[in-house]
Ligand binder design. Structure first.
Ligand SMILES: CCCCCCCCCCCCCC(=O)CC(=O)SCCNC(=O)CCNC(=O)[C@H](O)C(C)(C)COP(=O)(O)OP(=O)(O)OC[C@H]1O[C@@H](n2cnc3c(N)ncnc32)[C@H](O)[C@@H]1OP(=O)(O)O
Ligand SMILES: NC(=O)C1=CN([C@@H]2O[C@H](COP(=O)(O)OP(=O)(O)OC[C@H]3O[C@@H](n4cnc5c(N)ncnc54)[C@H](O)[C@@H]3O)[C@@H](O)[C@H]2O)C=CC1
Length: 900
């Protein structure tokens, strides 16, 4: 057991510590000897009002427990420096800063006001800046500091109704990454956390049984560990909830290089290589990376220049013709290049720039005809609507918005002035909000629109001397992910680029050598044009929205999150020492990692990991003990009733186990297949049961006993790097007689997973019947069909036979994975259909099905069957939804006692 992590003599400042997470932090630090500044404005969740009571109560509780604490009631964003002054005045130093204070102003983007956006950014992001800025000189001079920025899954992945909050929270990540780089040589560690916990923030968005698992005390141990003097971790991001602790890192695809010549490096050339940009597979010229800085563009452009002319593919980009595009900051640099490229593709261009858009307009109109481009000199910060008005007055519409305008106010954090902070946030972040907001109703009305926002590798990875710029650019990423979510059903596409090019701006950041390859802005614009095209949406394998692309020098790559396997503590009380002992698991990227792309997916995966950890407290060895009660419960789960005593009454002379009960020991043993070890990026929440086959190896299944099922992977296949197919063979033995009584083959499709070559299994022996194709002869009338009503509670009952996946009972979790309601188990639909066939055709010895759609409890099913010799092909249709739910399905009748 590690030595207890003490905070004796340390001074810890926690903002927003009057309740929720901040309060539990304050109590924990004080209990370990820290002197604590408990700051809290004491306002409402929405940030109005103030009240000293919240902070005072926490201080009193600390003092009552023998600790040392002082209250502070200042607002982090209005006078955050006074909070640090309190620490200095009362305790003489500041060692640890937890930027925790926060408010919510959740509202759909369509309705979000500038004030609702600004107020949330001010408290979270500017509050975090103010506190860090005030503490920085002290931490530097004492050569010790620990800072935690509290981000959120909403910032990392986006979340409906939180465009403001997502911006603020991702901005804190960009700020933390930069401070980590600037603080490294002064032993100032800066990390971000993205927690999920029960508090007044979440109590109205998550159901009680989920909130019950999300105790705020389960967040504390990581925060304590990260801020302890012995911990050297910095510039890292962690997701945690319910006892799960995982690390997030950027994952950048190897991408694709293109000869950087303006003739053939075109949107078309990128489109025909789109798969290579987004496949996250190593390439000869580059590998998938997990970086904390931008690509080696010099290396990439050197390779790109050696390439032959780029293949234009078969698709011509025509959808930009006569479209109207607004490009901000287009008087020079990247914006100018974008304007020229859009005009080249037939678009009408509004060239906005506060300085001089006129020369660009003149150049475009000379090249492409008078009236192709018009100038606009409005300020993106204060006149967003006027910029849109310029477009609608002149061209009567807007189709594409490219938020490109920007400024720099680079300064080491120690010297950064508030006005430099605010100026950069206003031009980059607030203007992106304002312009996106101004076009939103237009795009909504026309049910289409494209927004391309501009972040930066400084925003993704942080950059020395750019705390303001990194925060603003990271915030744009969080903002974009949320409006992409909210725009989806409005036909609005939103993507983000992180460009690398030589412009007036970057000449101040990159050295001559770094830019000596002359990274022309025209090597960025083709991707921007493609991201604004309908052709990309049409020809890409999946919708391209809410994505992040790094681009420059003839290279395009995609960047996404990757989360480590993580560590789950099943203890009621989790101490930081336990985190320290399991740090290798928290930060393990060698096992089954995932690439979460939404808050729900990420949260679901966390809860599944927690559930798995708790359930594997009792090791699953494939042993299944059962009695007649289990058989009856299974039969009831298939809809059997007391009118069918042979299925529901153990003393009925004909009491029997339905043949499909053979899937139950299989179900119990699926965990022993350890799919998370068979594939990479396994996420239980993304698993679909594709097919099921079973063979009865005994005339009648016993109605009680102890069975043992042994699982073996038969096939583990990669599906274009976007999914995995796992087929497992499951032999079920009677432990008393040692006889094989049933054999199952289950096929599972895991979206988002992938299988590297070395893990692939292709040669497993499959049962012949399992791989045989059985197409319903739909041109022929079935020789048997029957309608079966399921009931609303059928999934609630069937799950008691062993499949407790909350997807079948919990409306919140069902919604989290995009189902309108909990769904019926596929194996239940199989059992219901198999019972009908058993009763009509008699005993069978093999069965196989493919699950083709979901059934909702209460739906009516129709089973159609066609007998062909000893085989009965069947199909099950959900009559309520009018979809086939079981297909490629058949039973093989037993030789003995067939009814027909
Ligand atoms: C653990 C497993 C569970 C996984 C789920 C995890 C989800 C939890 C996410 C929390 C992540 C962040 C945690 C954190 O950092 C602390 C917090 O922030 S906690 C608070 C988190 N807040 C939210 O999740 C927002 C919840 N949503 C809402 O509060 C309301 O939906 C909202 C305020 C956004 C409604 O806004 P409003 O403008 O009032 O919209 P309307 O109701 O008028 O509807 C307009 C329009 O939008 C549609 N709509 C509304 N909400 C949603 C939605 N959540 N998803 C999809 N669509 C939505 C609505 O139907 C209307 O559509 P029309 O077509 O225009 O009619
Ligand atoms: N609860 C959760 O699941 C998650 C919370 N977070 C973040 O964790 C932090 C703590 O949140 P919770 O404890 O859940 O909510 P909370 O609302 O209980 O705590 C936030 C505290 O900040 C205080 N505060 C608000 N504005 C302030 C200001 N201007 N100056 C000083 N104090 C101010 C509030 O009075 C409140 O006590 C917040 O930053 C939140 O965004 C992030 C992800 C998830």
């Amino acid at each position: 057991m590690s030595e207890k992590l003490s905070f004796n003599n340390r001074v810890v400042v926690i903002t927003g510590a009057g309740g929720g997470l901040g309060k539990v932090y304050a109590l924990a630090y004080a209990s370990r000897g820290a002197r604590v500044v408990v700051n809290d404005l004491g306002g409402t969740l929405g940030g109005s009002g103030h009240n000293s009571r919240a902070a005072d109560l926490v201080v009193n509780e600390i003092k009552k427990a023998g600790g040392l604490a002082v209250a502070n009631y200042d607002s982090v964003n209005e006078n955050g420096e006074r909070i640090i002054e309190t620490a200095i005045k009362e305790f003489g130093r500041v060692d640890v800063l937890i930027n925790n204070a926060g408010i919510l102003r959740d509202v759909s983007f369509a309705k979000m006001t500038e004030r609702e956006f600004a107020s949330v950014v001010d408290v979270h992001l500017t509050g975090g800046y103010k506190l860090s800025r005030a503490a920085w000189p002290y931490m530097r001079s004492q050569k010790f500091g620990r800072i935690i920025n509290t981000a959120s899954p909403a910032g990392l992945f986006g979340n409906f109704g939180q465009a403001n909050y997502s911006a603020a929270k991702m901005g804190l990540v960009g700020l933390a990454e930069t401070l980590a780089k600037e603080g490294a040589k002064y032993n100032i560690n800066v990390n971000s956390i993205a927690p999920l916990a029960r508090s007044r923030m979440t109590e109205n968005v998550l159901p009680p049984h989920i909130l019950k698992q999300l105790g705020p005390e389960k967040i504390v141990p990581l925060v304590l560990y990260l801020t302890h003097e012995s911990t050297k971790v910095s510039n890292s991001i962690f997701e945690l909830a319910a006892g799960f602790f995982g690390q997030l890192r950027w994952e950048r695809s190897s991408g694709q290089i293109f000869k950087p010549d303006p003739k053939t490096y075109t949107p078309e050339s990128i489109l025909c290589k789109w798969k290579d940009i987004t496949d996250f597979k190593d390439k000869p010229f580059n590998k998938t990376q997990h970086p904390d800085q931008l690509s080696d563009y010099n290396d990439l452009i050197a390779k790109a220049k050696k390439l032959p002319s780029n293949d234009q593919g078969l698709v011509k980009i025509n959808s930009l013709r006569d479209k109207v595009v607004i490009i901000t900051g287009a008087g020079g640099g990247l914006g100018k290049s974008h304007a020229l490229w859009f005009a080249r593709y037939g678009a009408k261009v509004v060239v906005n720039d506060i300085k001089n858009p006129f020369s660009v307009v003149e150049e475009i109109n000379k090249l492409y005809g008078e009236g192709t481009a018009i100038s606009d000199t409005h300020d993106v910060v204060t006149e967003a609507q006027s910029i849109i008005d310029t477009a609608t007055e002149k061209f009567k519409r807007v189709d594409i918005l490219v938020n490109n305008a920007g400024i720099l106010r680079d300064r080491s954090f120690l010297k950064m002035k508030d006005e430099e902070w605010f100026a950069v946030l206003k031009v980059h972040l607030f203007s992106t909000f304002a312009l996106s907001k101004a076009v939103w109703p237009i795009f909504t009305k026309q049910k289409s629109g494209f927004i391309i926002n501009t972040t930066s590798t400084s925003g993704i990875y942080g950059n020395f001397g750019q705390a303001n710029y990194a925060a603003a650019k990271a915030a744009i990423l969080g903002f974009s992910r949320t409006i992409a979510l909210e725009g989806a059903k409005r036909g609005i596409i939103v993507n983000v680029i992180a460009p690398h090019a030589e412009t007036a701006m970057t000449k101040t950041i990159f050295s001559e050598t770094e830019l000596s390859n002359h990274f022309d802005a025209s090597q960025v614009s083709p991707l921007v044009v493609l991201l604004a095209s309908e052709e990309l949406q049409r020809y890409a394998s999946k919708k391209v929205t809410g994505q992040l692309f790094e681009v420059g020098g003839g290279w395009c790559g995609q960047t996404r999150w990757q989360r480590s396997t993580g560590y789950v503590s099943v203890k009621e009380t989790i101490e930081p020492e336990e985190i320290e002992e399991n740090w290798n698991h928290v930060t393990d990227f060698g096992g089954s990692t995932i690439n979460p792309s939404s808050t729900e997916e990420s949260s679901m995966a966390i809860l599944q990991s927690v559930q798995k950890a708790h359930s594997s407290k009792e090791p699953n060895d494939g042993v299944f003990k059962y009695t007649t009660k289990d058989c009856i419960l299974y039969n009831l789960g298939l809809g059997c009733t007391s009118k069918e005593l042979k299925y529901t009454y153990e003393n009925d002379p004909n009491f029997q186990v339905l043949p499909s009960f053979a899937v139950i020991p299989f179900m119990q043993a699926t965990a022993t297949l350890s799919m998370d070890n068979l594939v990479d990026n396994f996420n239980y929440a993304m698993l679909l049961h594709g097919e099921q086959y079973f063979k009865l190896c005994t005339p009648k299944l016993p109605s009680n006993g102890t069975l043992k099922t042994v699982a073996k992977p038969l096939q583990v296949l990669d599906k274009n790097g976007r999914a995995a197919l796992v087929v497992g063979g499951f032999e079920t033995y009677d432990t008393k007689t040692k006889k094989l009584i049933a054999y199952n083959e289950g096929s599972f499709f895991i979206r988002g997973a992938h299988v590297p070559q070395k893990k692939q299994i292709t040669d497993g022996d499959r049962a012949k019947f399992a791989i045989q194709r059985f197409d319903a002869p739909s041109e022929k009338a079935p020789d048997f069909e029957i309608e079966i009503s399921t009931n609303k509670d059928q999934a609630a009952l069937y799950r008691l036979s062993g499949d407790f996946n909350p997807l079948h009972i919990d409306p919140t979790l069902a919604k989290a994975v995009k189902f309108p309601a909990p769904i019926l188990h596929g194996l239940c639909t199989l059992g219901v259909s198999a019972k009908a066939l058993f009763e009509h055709y008699g005993p069978y010895e093999e069965l196989k099905v493919r699950f083709t759609n979901v059934v909702f409890p209460g739906d009516t099913l129709k089973v159609k069957a066609w007998k062909q010799g000893e085989v009965v092909i069947f199909q099950t249709i959900d009559m309520t939804k009018n979809v086939v739910v079981l297909d490629n399905a058949a039973i093989k009748l037993s030789q003995a006692k067939s009814k027909l």
